[in-house]
Ligand binder design. Sequence first.
Ligand SMILES: Nc1ncnc2c1ncn2[C@@H]1O[C@H](COP(=O)(O)OP(=O)(O)O)[C@@H](O)[C@H]1O
Ligand SMILES: [Mg+2]
Length: 254
Amino acid sequence: MKTLSCLSLSGGQGKTSSALLLGRLLAHQDYRVLMVDADPQANLTFYLGHEVQPDAPTLLEVLKRQVEMADGIYPLVYENLYLIPADESLHKVQEYLATSGMGALALRYCLETMAALFDYCVIDSPPQRTQICLSVVGASDLVLIPAEASTKGVNSLLLSLDLLEELRTSRAFRGQVLGVLPFRDKWFGRSQATDSREAITAMRQVAGHIPVLPSILESERYKQAIRLGRLLSEMGHADLEYPLHQIIELLRQA
Ligand SMILES: Nc1ncnc2c1ncn2[C@@H]1O[C@H](COP(=O)(O)OP(=O)(O)O)[C@@H](O)[C@H]1O
Ligand SMILES: [Mg+2]
């Protein structure tokens, strides 16, 4: 099992959208995929149509080892796709991770027990540098950094790269950065909006040897696909899936 996290240290950068679309596409390609919602905002859980029942285990109980790992994994309506869900109570795991002495590796240890059952694990991460976030990085073989094609996105990329560097130095992160995914790249016909172009140029400079991948364009169609739980190709927009296929190709090679 290869574990990929979508990480970016602010809100609205496309973490949940890219995790969701990638997971769905991988599952559609017949890979067995485990999705992990590691954000207490639980947007991924919501978009995947999973409702957390009262007293049903979520990532909180899994990380605290209060339940067997398998009891925190739920099948979804989509074939080959499984979820460890979250709800707002996930924030309670912070203190446990901070004091358990193995915070950064807690999620990695949990996921290792499931490695034989899945081809890919895709993790959605919280927008802040919390203990949960450190645990996500510690569990990642590969990290994708979505970043809005804007000044805020460039800043988010900078913060994310700093965090990864720091965790690499402390050996909590032993994976590889797959690439930077520009998100909501604006075009008017054949011309790219100036702020998008400038932001993506800045991302290239900041990213150094890390590849800046083909962008997710600003488009209602992605939002529709997410809302309706459909693939872009099923909706007749296979062209918009191109950046996701590129990521999957890199994942295969990694
Ligand atoms: N291609 C797109 N163009 C415009 N908006 C988008 C696109 N894809 C997703 N969105 C919207 O952008 C917002 C932020 O995306 P999200 O993935 O939730 O970011 P994050 O998880 O980093 O906070 C969401 O409301 C989502 O519906
Ligand atoms: Mg999110």
